[in-house]
Design a protein. Structure first.
Length: 469
């Protein structure tokens, strides 16, 4: 019986094939091929394993978030951890350098060159500045009391400024190249109206101070009524006044007082009113409510706020000669150097010394009127015989020249060569308002007069109530 061949069995329990084994296996060339292919793969895998085991840099939380247990630390601890995180540093801009400023005040006899040298400022810079076209005139016309502000760097001028009145200033600046430039800068001004009332007890100035009025306003009030009231001799206790005037404001601050709009002065029970009117040509003057000018052809007194030391007296005993000699003028005592003003428009006919009068100025006016001003300390510069002067213009300064016992002004008023008492003589009226402006004057003045009356009634009502209380 023929035997069937037994099936071939592969034994994979042993990795070695013993020699002489009758059972066939994988060909040798395949085995070596597999070994050759697997060895490089094992080496690559081993290298990757070593790389994964190497220490790694921490991954930012934002890029590789990880889950963690809830933070149970106190809030203060967690806030401290947050604040420890460094913040980016922002570079602050360097502060602008601050340079010193110096104010130069002009005194009598000062020059800009001298002031710059005394304050160790560059005279070379000054020469350049005064050569600028817009700076020439403002820096040439300087008088005592004027001020300049200079910003400098160790004497090197960086800027210079000067106020040219309230509404304009001169500004000079130096640029980075060292070149100076000058410009006139406008400074806007706001005009506000104010109204005040005063009662004189001892003097006009004291009542004005109590009522909040400046010396400028008081002087203007006296100037307006100077033709009707002698503020040296005529003022009495109980006299009162009302004044509407302008205040000048700049950048929210009051900087000065302006013009008087309207005023009323009650002297010894008699009322004097004045309203300011500016004509279409721009000329301003003061008129009564009926259009008559408050100005007269002559001032009652040619010197402000002095005292009368000697009246007009035909039978006066001369203080030096001790004999009866007529005193044909009025003597006004005031400090030496007080300004003497022309009593009216006229022409200078004499200017020099004249016997006991000392230094004298004589003016000739229209209507055969002449005025004499004696015992002057000196004369106003730039005037000469034959020159015309206007009313109120300074013609000399009070002194004690000639035959005198003390400094004063001797003032005479002559009509057709005859001496008249300057304090009582009837003075010629100035021209009334131009008829062509009459309608416009009434239109402008009506609301001002109404405001003045309302304010007076308010003050009277307040006084009556205080009296009843």
């Amino acid at each position: 019986m023929q035997r069937k061949p037994s099936p071939v069995r592969h034994d994979y329990s042993s990795s070695a094939i013993e020699p002489g084994n009758a059972e066939p296996g994988l060909p040798k060339h395949l085995i070596w091929f597999a070994v050759g292919l697997g060895l490089p793969l094992l080496l690559v895998a081993f290298a990757v394993f070593l790389k994964d085991d190497a220490p790694r840099d921490p991954v930012p939380v934002a890029e590789a978030p990880t889950m963690s247990a809830p933070d149970t630390a106190p809030m203060s601890t967690r806030q401290a951890a947050v604040t420890e995180t460094p913040l980016p540093v922002v570079a602050e801009p360097e502060p602008e350098p601050v340079y010193p400023k110096i104010t130069l005040t002009i005194d009598r006899g000062d020059t800009l060159d001298g002031l710059f040298r005394r304050n160790e400022l560059s005279v070379g810079d000054l020469m350049t500045i005064v050569g600028l076209e817009q700076a020439k005139e403002p820096l040439r016309m300087l008088k005592p009391g004027d001020e300049l502000t200079v910003t400098h760097d160790n004497g090197r001028v960086l800027a210079l400024s000067r106020d040219l009145g309230i509404e304009q200033s001169l500004q000079i600046a130096r640029d980075e190249e060292g070149t100076f430039s000058a410009e006139l800068v406008d400074r806007p001004v706001e005009i506000r109206q104010a109204i005040r009332h005063g009662v004189i007890e001892t003097s006009l100035f004291e009542s004005a101070m109590a009522g909040g009025l400046s010396d400028r306003v008081v002087m203007n009030v006296a100037g307006i009524f100077a033709w009707d009231i002698d503020f040296v001799y005529d003022i009495r206790g109980g006299d009162e006044y009302y004044v509407i005037y302008e205040e000048l404001w700049q950048d929210g601050e009051k900087v000065a007082d302006g013009e008087i709009v309207a005023a009323e002065f009650i002297n010894r029970g008699e009322s004097f009113k004045a309203l300011r009117y500016v004509s279409p040509e721009g000329r301003s003057d003061y008129f009564n409510p009926d259009g008559r000018s408050v100005r007269k052809a002559f001032l009652r007194a040619p010197v402000d706020f002095s005292r009368i030391s000697s009246q007009f007296n035909p039978n006066r005993l001369h203080p030096v000669l001790k004999t009866v000699r007529p005193h044909r003028g009025v003597d006004y005592a005031a400090p030496v150097g007080t300004e003497i003003k022309a009593a009216g428009d006229g022409k200078i006919t004499f200017r020099g010394q004249q016997r006991g009068y000392g230094n004298v100025v004589i003016l000739e006016h229209g209507g055969n009127i002449t005025t004499l001003y004696g015992h002057l300390k000196g004369f106003r510069r730039g005037q000469r015989v034959g020159q015309r002067v206007r009313q109120g213009q300074v013609i000399g300064y009070l002194g004690a020249t000639g035959m005198v016992t003390g400094p004063h002004l001797h003032y005479e008023y002559r009509l057709n060569g005859v001496h008249r008492n300057p304090r009582t003589v009837a003075l010629p009226q100035a021209d009334p308002i131009d008829p062509s402006y009459r309608e416009d004057f009434e239109r402008v003045s009506a609301p001002i007069l109404a405001e003045l009356e309302r304010y007076k009634n308010t003050q009277l009502a307040s006084t009556d109530q205080s009296t009843r209380l």
